[in-house]
Design a protein around this ligand. Structure first.
Ligand SMILES: C[S@@+](CC[C@H](N)C(=O)[O-])C[C@H]1O[C@@H](n2cnc3c(N)ncnc32)[C@H](O)[C@@H]1O
Length: 425
């Protein structure tokens, strides 16, 4: 415990990253960052202590607060774990008297939600106009759930030409023998569910080491199902790294579609190259370029275009809690600008009547519906299956060809998706 409390919460040393206890507290403190800070500051204020006027670090206070308020550990245990300085003991004694009712007195409904559910007010303010308040709360709660209760999903990789049935039987048999329970998805046979606590053992299994299992969120699978790639297609994955979706396109087309995988980030693309080889993906061409200025001969037009755009990640707080605290107007604005330019450029390289899928793992309308509206004239909406929820109404009008996945409903990351045909003119 001591290493964690020495003020090093932001960077965990390599050798500590495999210590489940350190990772657990690190993630939980980040997940509850504003809530814990609120309690700590209130307690210090009632002790009339300033931030400088004490002998312990802020990280120690956050951890002690987590242990005492969230885990209901007694003061004696915390003192044994973290130290016996007098001012720390007074802090713990004061902390024990903390009352939510008093602390939140006079705060607005939005402020209360932000603090109690540990979510930035920027996120709430952006979603209140498009989402019912109770539904917003349900989505926040789902994304904030305690990590160890989480389930994870993986897909079976049949490339280059294995049969799903025989792989499934062998994997199930071996996992059963090792008491790793897995469950095939009711609607998507390639997807399997298991408890997060099995992840480490699955990572060590030969199935994983040989590229037969890939951890993949169901939402990301559904996006490619919607793209419905066909053998012989010429497909562009404009923002492809690390290549999870590209590899699925290859799998669904049995390596018989020609796929251009583009990404701006050279390091991520290098990993993509390794990853796709490892999964036995072929017929793929990697390009390292800025998709807003795509360096391909204009005569080469694609049958299908996937723009899985960079975004704020506001639908992914369950797996990326640190992203919560990056949400602000500048971050959102930067993403909006890139998404719009990527859409503009992507459309240029798509054949008339070619299929466009635009997706973001964000819950904000600015990164979904409001982007699509800008290109309405060039796009003919296509059917999005009913298992996607309707997207937000904009000016009371439903936007055809679009849909959403919500953490609270679909038990996936939050996603926006649009499926369109490029109009002839
Ligand atoms: C959401 S991730 C893509 C995930 C990927 N489709 C997958 O499923 O594995 C967005 C990607 O966009 C890339 N990106 C950001 N700006 C870009 C740009 N201007 N042109 C091309 N790629 C860009 C990022 O490097 C990042 O890899």
């Amino acid at each position: 415990m001591s290493e964690f409390t020495e003020g090093k919460t932001q960077i965990i040393k390599e050798e500590k990253r495999y210590n489940p206890q350190i990772i657990h507290y690190y993630n939980e403190i980040i997940r509850n960052w504003n809530k814990l800070n609120f309690i700590v500051q209130k307690t210090l204020r009632s002790l009339e202590k300033s931030n400088e006027d004490r002998s312990y670090t802020n990280e120690l206070l956050l951890l002690a607060t987590y242990r005492l308020i969230f885990e209901k550990v007694d003061i004696e245990t915390i003192i044994k774990e973290m130290g016996q300085k007098n001012d720390f003991i007074s802090f713990l004694e004061k902390l024990k008297t903390f009352s939510w009712k008093l602390a939140l007195k006079g705060k607005s409904k939005l402020e209360k939600l932000s603090i109690k559910e540990a979510i930035p007010s920027f996120f709430i303010e952006h979603l209140v106009p498009v989402m019912n308040f109770d539904f917003l709360k349900e989505n926040i709660k789902y994304m904030n759930q305690y990590t160890s209760q989480k389930n994870i999903t993986f897909r079976i990789n049949t490339l280059p030409n294995d049969s799903l049935e025989s792989l499934k039987n062998s994997i199930e048999k071996e996992f059963n023998e090792n008491n790793i329970k897995i469950r095939q998805d009711a609607k998507i046979p390639l997807i399997f569910h298991t408890s997060l606590k099995n992840k480490r053992r699955i990572l060590l299994s030969d199935w994983y080491r040989n590229g037969k299992l890939i951890f993949q969120d169901k939402a990301s699978f559904l996006i490619i199902q919607l793209l419905s790639p066909q053998s012989g297609d010429f497909i562009c994955d404009m923002c492809a790294a690390p290549g999870i979706k590209s590899s699925l396109i290859a799998q669904l087309t049995k390596n018989e579609a020609k796929i251009i995988c583009n990404d701006f980030n050279n390091k991520r693309l290098k990993f993509t190259k390794f990853f796709l080889n490892f999964l036995k993906v072929s017929n793929i061409f990697l390009i390292n370029s800025d998709g807003t200025n795509f360096p391909v001969n204009l005569k080469t037009k694609f049958d299908r275009m996937l723009i899985d755009a960079p975004c704020t990640g506001s639908g992914t707080f369950l797996s990326n809690p640190e992203l919560k605290w990056r949400q602000n107007p500048t971050f959102l604005h930067q993403n909006i600008v890139f998404q719009e330019k990527l859409l503009e450029s992507g459309l240029k390289y798509l054949k008339p009547n070619g299929i466009l899928i635009y997706s973001t793992c964000s819950l904000y309308p600015e990164e979904g519906e409001l982007q699509i509206i800008k290109f309405k004239e060039a796009l003919e909406p296509l059917t999005v299956p009913k298992w996607f929820s309707p997207s937000y109404k904009i000016n009371n009008v439903e936007l055809k060809g679009t849909g959403r996945l919500f953490p609270a409903i679909h038990k996936t990351q939050g996603f926006f998706v649009g499926k369109f045909k490029k109009k002839e003119k």
